[in-house]
Design a protein around this ligand. Structure first.
Ligand code: NAP
Length: 300
C-alpha cells in the first residue's frame, strides 16, 4: 500500500461517508469534501476548490446528481474543470464512482468517465448497479427518500424495468473504492460491481415485506403508463428523457450482470440483499418511527 492523501468528494453521501470511514480505519490521511463540510467544497464554486486540494494526491470522485430524480450525474463542466485543476495541483490518481448504465453507453455517464480517462494520470472507474441503500437512505440529499417512505406507508409504485437487477451494497462499493484508492494495480481498470445475485425489483419488495412481517402493496406500471403518470404530475421532458435512458440500459441487460469483481478484489463475497434488509429493518428505518430514521442519518 502506497502512502496517499485522499480527498473524498460526496463525503456526506452514501458511498463517500463509508469510503471516508474505511480510509480512516486503514490509517490513510483523508479530507472530506462536500457543501456541508468545513471548509465547504462545492463543485460549482471554484473558490472552494483551492483549499480542498492542498497536499492532496488522490481523489475519490462522486459526480453530483443535484436534483436529478434518475440519479444521472449533471454539472459536467464543473467536474471537468475541477479534475483538470486537481491534476495541476498534483493529484495523480482518480477513482470515479460511475454507474452501470455507462456499460450500456449512457452518454452522460460515459462523458464523465471520458473526462477522468483523459487526464493523463492514474484512473479507476467503478460501475456499480443500484444500491441496496436506495431503499432506506437519501439518494437525493435534503429530500425525503420516496422508496423508504413508500415502504413505511405499505404501498409502493414503480416502473416495470423488464429485467433483474444485481443490487449491490454501498459498503462493498466503499471497500472496493478504498482498495483502489490506496492499493496498486488498478490503473486503467473499469470495474463492474455487483451484489451476489440479480433479481427483479418486485422480489426486493417481497423480501422487505417478509422481513418486516407486514404487507407492502406493490404496483408495477408498463413504461408508457409510467411516463404518462410522470407527465401528469408535471415532470418535465428532460427528466423523462433521462428516465428513458435508464430504461434502455435495463433493456440491454447490463443491470443483470452478476459480476464477480467484488469477490476478486476483496477476497470475500459481497453482502446479500437479505442481510442488508435484516440489518436495516433492525434499525427501525422502515417503521413509522421517524426518530429512528433520523438516528440512522446521524450515524453517517
Ligand atoms: N444510488 C444508486 O443506485 C447509484 C447507482 C450507481 C451509481 N450511482 C451514482 O452515485 C453517485 C452518488 O453517490 P452517493 O450515493 O455516494 O452520494 P449521495 O448519497 O447521493 O450524496 C451526494 C454527495 O454529493 C455531495 N454533493 C452534492 N452536490 C454537491 C455539490 N454541488 N458540491 C459538492 N458536493 C456535492 C453531497 O454532499 P453535500 O450535500 O454536503 O454537498 C453528498 O455528499 C451519483 O453520481 C450516481 O450516479 C448511484
Amino acid at each position: 500500500m502506497s502512502r496517499r492523501t485522499v480527498l473524498v468528494t460526496g463525503a456526506t453521501g452514501t458511498t463517500g461517508s463509508r469510503v471516508l470511514a474505511g480510509l480512516r480505519q486503514r490509517g490513510v490521511a483523508v479530507r472530506p469534501a462536500s457543501r456541508r463540510g468545513a471548509p465547504a467544497f462545492d463543485w460549482g464554486d471554484q473558490d472552494t476548490w483551492v483549499d480542498a486540494l492542498v497536499d492532496i494526491d488522490t481523489l475519490y470522485v462522486v459526480p453530483p446528481i443535484e436534483d436529478s430524480p434518475t440519479g444521472v450525474p449533471r454539472g459536467m463542466g464543473d467536474i471537468s474543470g475541477f479534475c483538470k485543476y486537481a491534476v495541476k495541483q498534483g493529484v495523480d490518481r482518480f477513482v470515479l464512482l460511475s454507474a452501470r448504465s455507462g456499460r450500456a453507453g449512457n452518454p452522460e455517464v460515459v462523458a464523465v468517465e471520458d473526462v477522468v480517462k483523459a487526464l493523463g494520470v492514474e484512473w479507476t472507474i467503478l460501475r456499480p448497479s443500484a444500491f441496496h441503500q436506495n431503499f432506506a437512505e437519501n439518494f437525493q440529499l435534503n429530500s425525503a427518500n420516496p422508496l423508504r417512505q413508500s415502504i413505511v406507508d405499505g404501498s409502493l409504485e414503480a416502473m416495470d424495468l423488464g429485467s433483474p437487477i444485481d443490487f449491490i451494497d454501498a459498503a462493498d462499493i466503499a471497500d472496493v473504492a478504498v482498495e483502489t484508492l490506496v492499493g496498486t494495480g488498478h490503473h486503467g481498470q473499469t470495474y463492474e460491481l455487483s451484489g451476489p445475485r440479480a433479481f427483479p425489483f418486485a422480489e426486493a419488495v417481497r423480501i422487505i415485506a417478509r422481513t418486516l412481517d407486514r404487507p407492502i402493496q406493490y404496483t408495477e406500471f408498463q413504461p408508457t403508463a409510467w411516463f404518462e403518470r410522470l407527465r401528469a404530475t408535471g415532470v418535465d421532458e428532460t427528466v423523462i428523457g433521462l428516465v428513458e435512458h435508464v430504461l434502455h440500459s435495463h433493456d440491454s441487460g447490463v443491470f443483470a450482470g452478476e459480476f464477480d469483481t467484488v469477490e476478486r478484489l476483496l477476497q470475500r463475497p459481497p453482502r446479500s440483499f437479505e442481510a442488508y434488509v435484516r440489518e436495516t429493518a433492525a434499525l427501525g428505518v422502515w417503521d413509522m418511527n421517524q426518530a429512528a430514521n433520523k438516528a440512522m442519518q446521524h450515524q453517517r
